[in-house]
Ligand binder design. Structure first.
Ligand SMILES: C[S@@+](CC[C@H](N)C(=O)[O-])C[C@H]1O[C@@H](n2cnc3c(N)ncnc32)[C@H](O)[C@@H]1O
Length: 164
């Protein structure tokens, strides 16, 4: 099973508007579905009213990333982060990353913060898992759901090539 983990936070202005939150969730779920990925895990750190009315999506919500890491400890986690945010931590450029064939969760930080990779490393959560960066050639971060689409496309191209 291939899944997406989105650490979900929105700008303060959106917090009171469930329709805007639903819209942002739709960016994730539609782009995932385009690549045949149906599991979406939201890490709802701000306790926002997140919902997903799409019955084709296996939707799960947790309050912390650590809960997800524990629940899916038999999965491989691939943490996506901008290169400039991952000083001191080994990472693989997406271009040379070999995607695990199955049972993998791709983790994306929120658009208003970054993944705390140093803490994950200290707690041992990077062992056996991967940190991957999309090399855009600039320091401008991508919207997290855009990064997801690039990663899923890369996965599709590389895995279908290896099956030929
Ligand atoms: C918009 S970024 C966070 C940007 C942060 N607010 C900043 O100013 O640096 C949100 C998430 O998108 C993903 N992301 C964005 N650009 C990326 C890249 N070039 N490579 C890998 N992941 C990326 C990461 O998961 C990141 O945590």
């Amino acid at each position: 099973m291939i899944g997406i983990v989105s650490v979900f936070q929105v700008h303060d202005l959106f917090e009171t508007d469930p329709k805007l939150i639903e819209k942002i969730i739709s960016f994730w779920r539609l782009n995932m579905k385009a690549f045949g990925v149906k599991k979406l895990i939201i890490v709802n750190i701000d306790d926002l009213p997140v919902t997903c009315g799409d019955l084709e999506i296996e939707f799960e919500v947790y309050n912390t990333l650590e809960e997800v890491l524990k629940k899916y400890s038999d999965y491989t986690f691939v943490f996506l982060e901008c290169a400039q945010q991952i000083e001191g931590i080994d990472f693989i450029p997406l271009k040379s990353f070999e995607h695990p064939a199955d049972n993998v969760l791709y983790v994306f930080g929120s658009d208003y913060s970054v993944l705390n990779l140093s803490e994950l490393k200290e707690k041992g959560y990077l062992e056996g898992n991967f940190v991957v960066s999309i090399e855009t050639g600039s320091t401008i971060p991508l919207w997290a759901h855009t990064a997801m689409s690039i990663v899923l496309y890369d996965r599709k191209v590389k895995l279908s090539d290896s099956n030929e």
